[in-house]
Write a protein that binds this ligand. Structure first.
Ligand code: FEO
Length: 398
C-alpha cells in the first residue's frame, strides 16, 4: 500500500499520516454525510514521534502512509491524546509493530487506555503543562478534560507553532485536500457547526475556558491540526471566532419546529405555527420526522432562539421518532431556548404533555401550555397554532 497511500507534509517536521473514511455515515448516532478522516501526525526529529493512531480497520492505511516517509520501526514515541477508538483503535497493533521507547498519555489517559486494551508496554503519564523534547522540537501537553472525553489532552509544538487540537476544531469531512483553505468555506462552516453541535455542545463552558486559556498563554498558532477533517494554516482566527460563537450559544432570531405526524393533523398544526413565527420576520426551520436526522436537528437548534416540538399520541405515548429526537437533543444540553409542545390526539393525548415535560427538564423557557388538538384541527385550532407561533416569535425578538 505504501506506493499508493502517501504521507502529506504539513510543515518542516510534520507529516499527516492519517486515514480517510469515505464510507462512514453513522458516527455513534451522528449522520456523517460527507464521511470523515482520522488524522494522525508523524514528527521527524531525533525522537521520531507519532501523534495518535486511527480507527482499527484503517491500520494498514496508517502504516502505509508512515512507510512512505520512514520505516515505522524507527518510531521512538507515540502520543495518545484521546482514548476513543477512532484514534486508539489500532494503538495496540502499532505498539506491537513499532516497539516504541515510550507511549505518552494524560494521567486519565493512562488509566483509560489500560481499561480499553491489553498493552505490552508501560504508558508514560504527562501532566498538564509538561514539556517533552523531541530534539530540535518539543511538545507541551495541556489537559482538555471532557473535550471530548475525560482523559483528552492536546499538544503544542512551539518551534513550528502547531497546535494538535485532537477532537477540538475537528469536523467529519472526507477529502483529498488536506488543508482547509483548499475547501469551500460554506462546507467548512456547515460541517464545523454540525460537529460542534453533535460532539462538543454539552461542554461549551469548557470550550470557552480553553479558548480563554489559549489567549492567556499567548500561544501563537500557525497550524491548527485537529484529529478529524482538514488542517488549518490560514483563517485560524476566523475558525476560532466561529467556535466562540457556537460555544456562547447567543440566540439568533430563529426557531426550529420539529414534529412527527400520523394522519397529517400534527403536521397541519406545525405548519400553522411556522406561519405565525414567520409573520413576525423570525426565521423558521420546519423539520418533519420523515427526512430529518437527529444530528441535523441539533445542528439547527445550535444558536436558535426557539424550539417547538410536536407529536401525535400513539399507545399513550408520544410518537417514538420524537422520543428519539428529544433524548438526543436533551443529552447535548442546548441553552437559551424558548418553546412549547404541541400535538394531535384521539382519546388520551399524553404525547404533547410528555414533550412539554422533557422541554422543561431541558430548561427550555415554556411560553405556553402544551397545545393539543383532538383528531383533526379546525379553523379555530389553526388560529391558536398561528397565534402561538407569533407569540414565540415576539418572545424571541424580545
Ligand atoms: Fe474523535 Fe472523541 O473521538
Amino acid at each position: 500500500m505504501k506506493d499508493a497511500f502517501k504521507a502529506v507534509k504539513i510543515s518542516e517536521s510534520v507529516y499527516w499520516v492519517g486515514a480517510i473514511d469515505w464510507k462512514i455515515r453513522d458516527f455513534h448516532g451522528y449522520l456523517t454525510s460527507r464521511g470523515s478522516t482520522y488524522n494522525a501526525f508523524l514528527i521527524l526529529d531525533e525522537k521520531i514521534t507519532l501523534l495518535d493512531t486511527v480507527k482499527a480497520p484503517f491500520k494498514d492505511e496508517l502504516i502505509a502512509r508512515i512507510s512512505s516517509v520512514i520505516d515505522p520501526k524507527k518510531i521512538d514515541y507515540i502520543v495518545s491524546h484521546h482514548s476513543e477508538m477512532d484514534h486508539s483503535g489500532c494503538l495496540p497493533e502499532i505498539i506491537e509493530l513499532t516497539k516504541p521507547e515510550k507511549v505518552f498519555a494524560s494521567k486519565m489517559g493512562v488509566k483509560t487506555l489500560k481499561e480499553h486494551f491489553k498493552l505490552n508496554c508501560e504508558i508514560t503519564q504527562v501532566d498538564n503543562g509538561e514539556k517533552i523534547s523531541l530534539g530540535k522540537n518539543s511538545l507541551i501537553f495541556y489537559e482538555t478534560r471532557l473535550l471530548h472525553w475525560p482523559e483528552s489532552m492536546i499538544s503544542y509544538m512551539p518551534e513550528e507553532k502547531i497546535l494538535f487540537s485532537q477532537d477540538g476544531f475537528g469536523m467529519h469531512l472526507a477529502n483529498y485536500e488536506v488543508f482547509a483553505d483548499e475547501i469551500e468555506e460554506s462546507i467548512l462552516f456547515e460541517e464545523g457547526k454540525k460537529y460542534y453541535a453533535n460532539i462538543l455542545l454539552p461542554y461549551s463552558k469548557l470550550v470557552l475556558k480553553l479558548l480563554e486559556n489559549i489567549k492567556n498563554l499567548g500561544i501563537e498558532i500557525k497550524i491548527l491540526a485537529p484529529d478529524h477533517g482538514p488542517i488549518w494554516r490560514k483563517d485560524i482566527d476566523k475558525y476560532i471566532n466561529w467556535y466562540e460563537k457556537w460555544a456562547k450559544q447567543e440566540p439568533e432570531k430563529k426557531a426550529v419546529v420539529v414534529y412527527a405526524t400520523m394522519w397529517g393533523s400534527t403536521e397541519l398544526m406545525a405548519r400553522a405555527i411556522c406561519e405565525g413565527i414567520s409573520s413576525k420576520g423570525v426565521e423558521v426551520k420546519l423539520m418533519p420526522h420523515a427526512g430529518s436526522h437527529r444530528s441535523d436537528i441539533i445542528t439547527e437548534v445550535l444558536c436558535a432562539g426557539g424550539l417547538i416540538v410536536g407529536a401525535p399520541t400513539i399507545n399513550n405515548n408520544m410518537f417514538p421518532k420524537v422520543a428519539d429526537y428529544l433524548s438526543y437533543i436533551k443529552g447535548l444540553k442546548p441553552q437559551n431556548l424558548k418553546g412549547f409542545a404541541f400535538g394531535s390526539y384521539g382519546w388520551s393525548g399524553e404525547g404533547a404533555t410528555q414533550i412539554q415535560n422533557i422541554l422543561k427538564e431541558m430548561k427550555v423557557e415554556i411560553i405556553r401550555d402544551e397545545l393539543k388538538v383532538k383528531y383533526v384541527p379546525k379553523d379555530e385550532d389553526l388560529k391558536v397554532c398561528y397565534e402561538s407561533g407569533k407569540l414565540l416569535a415576539e418572545k424571541i425578538l424580545g
